[in-house]
Design a protein around this ligand. Structure first.
Ligand code: PA5
Length: 449
């Protein structure tokens, strides 16, 4: 079960910085309008992510790949970036052991160790290749467009390494558009592949093979994940649902100048969810001169880093705690030094109580000082809850985009930088961009010290 608690966004609890009782008057109309728009876009096939919980034509093939990989591969190397990586990383971090790669194979139930190469920093890619035996590595190349420079460069490098010692057709699996793009052409040379539905955008694709294939290979129960998403989809059939309310409260608070949105998980395992959400919220909602700035903070670590700003800085933030009722383990705090009041009170409690007290204490402090804060509550971290959370936050993003009157499905702003990069790397057809870089950018006035 996923609950969205927005008590501390209301004027009654945080005073003038909260939402007034007008909220309840506006809510119905705004949600009805946006719900109609979502249903219409879904009917037109624009919101493919809404079908993913129910429609998975390749699920058996995914399970067969995962079953065959157990005990066979020592490593899984995932090549992908942005929406082609963050979802799988979030799933792995949330559902697997915090030091998964250090566990012996039997504790991983035969699943491979995992490396995510979501950057082209030569030190990272070289570091990965130095840490694995490429002959014993399965490689997932994930790119919906099949054109992303970062992923393709890594693919070329890995192909070169494998050709020297192994069999590329056995070791490389490609996840891309079912028909378009260079990677789909390359699949025809005899590579295994999975398809990303054309109407599912990268950052909305975690519940497609983009997230499901790596997750299954890493031992995640993908049926439970999809069941969680189905349950959330069902809840979202009525207007009063967590996704719409998350979107609406954030949208209305943006009108009150709260344009920085913080996702603050109080579970180390959920740090990847905050990374995933940050991309989803930023790339979907930041356009046409509008958009919130999403920030990731980690409880309790960032209480000792960001919290001062959240407590006493400008009233421009909405903080969402992401909390867990039941952690998967309980750890006692031993009792020593009973003469020291600064230490003695800790003994006899658990770390579970401490992290929950810190979350509640921080929430109370923010509320007392009139700081807008909300809470997403998970019963526990499991595949079912995460499925519900992913689906709910994706729907919330689309809902918020429609309320803001922008298109939450595109990302025109990332194109220009890509074109300049391609021009700099000598791709044909980019003469104008190359000239602009040479004649304007590299000649602009410089101020350096
Ligand atoms: O959300 C998006 O569309 C992007 O973040 C993409 O996922 C990212 O750019 C990677 O694209 P691709 O999967 O085509 O390699």
């Amino acid at each position: 079960m996923v609950i969205y608690d927005f008590s501390n966004l209301m004027e009654e609890n945080i005073g003038e910085h909260g939402l007034s009782s007008l909220f309840f008057k506006e809510k119905e109309d705004l949600l009805q309008t946006v719900d109609r728009q979502i249903k219409e876009q879904a009917r037109l096939g624009e919101l493919g992510f809404m079908q993913l919980p129910f429609d998975q034509p390749e699920i058996d093939k995914i399970k067969r790949l995962a079953a065959a990989a157990r005990g066979k591969w020592e490593n899984l190397l995932v090549l992908g970036i942005g929406g082609s990586s963050l979802g799988a990383m979030a799933l792995h971090q949330a559902l697997n052991h915090p030091f998964y790669n250090l566990l012996p194979s039997e504790k991983r139930e035969g699943c491979p160790r995992v490396f995510f190469a979501d950057n082209v920093d030569p030190e990272l890619i070289n570091g990965i290749l130095e840490s694995i035996d490429i002959k014993r590595t399965l490689i997932l190349v994930i790119s919906k467009s099949g054109k992303t420079a970062e992923t393709l460069a890594q693919f070329l490098l890995c192909l070169d390494h494998i050709k020297k010692v192994g069999d590329p057709h056995q070791q490389i699996v490609i996840i891309t558009d079912p028909e378009k793009g260079p990677l789909r052409e390359i699949v025809k040379e005899g590579f295994s592949s999975f398809s990303v539905p054309p109407n599912v955008g990268g950052r909305y694709s975690v519940l497609s093979p983009v997230g499901l294939v790596p997750a299954a290979l890493l031992g995640v129960d993908i049926d439970a994940l999809l069941a969680g998403a189905q349950a959330m989809s069902k809840r979202c059939e009525t207007l009063e649902n967590p996704a719409y309310l998350f979107a609406l409260t954030h949208y209305l608070l943006m009108q009150k100048g709260k344009v920085i949105h913080v996702m603050f998980p109080y579970a180390y395992a959920l740090r990847g969810i905050a990374d995933w959400w940050r991309q989803l919220w930023a790339e979907s909602l930041g356009k046409e001169g509008k958009g919130p700035t999403p920030v990731k903070a980690i409880g309790v670590t960032d209480q000792h880093s960001q919290l001062q700003l959240y407590m006493e800085g400008p009233y421009d933030k909405v903080i969402t705690f992401l909390t867990v009722k039941n952690y998967r383990t309980e750890v006692n705090i031993p009792s020593f030094f009973s003469d020291f009041t600064d230490i003695a009170y800790l003994g006899g409690h658990t770390f579970n109580q401490l992290i929950q007290a810190e979350q509640l204490g921080t929430e109370a402090a923010l509320t007392k000082t009139g700081r807008a804060n909300a809470k997403i509550i998970l019963d526990q971290i499991d595949a079912f809850s995460l499925g519900a959370l992913f689906y709910g936050l994706e729907l919330a993003t689309v809902c918020c985009g429609f309320l803001m009157d922008i298109n939450p499905l595109n990302q025109p702003g990332v194109e220009l930088g890509k074109r300049y990069t391609q021009a700099l790397m000598g791709k044909s057809g980019f003469t104008t961009e190359k000239e602009e870089i040479e004649n304007w950018f590299l000649k602009r006035p410089l101020y350096q010290v």
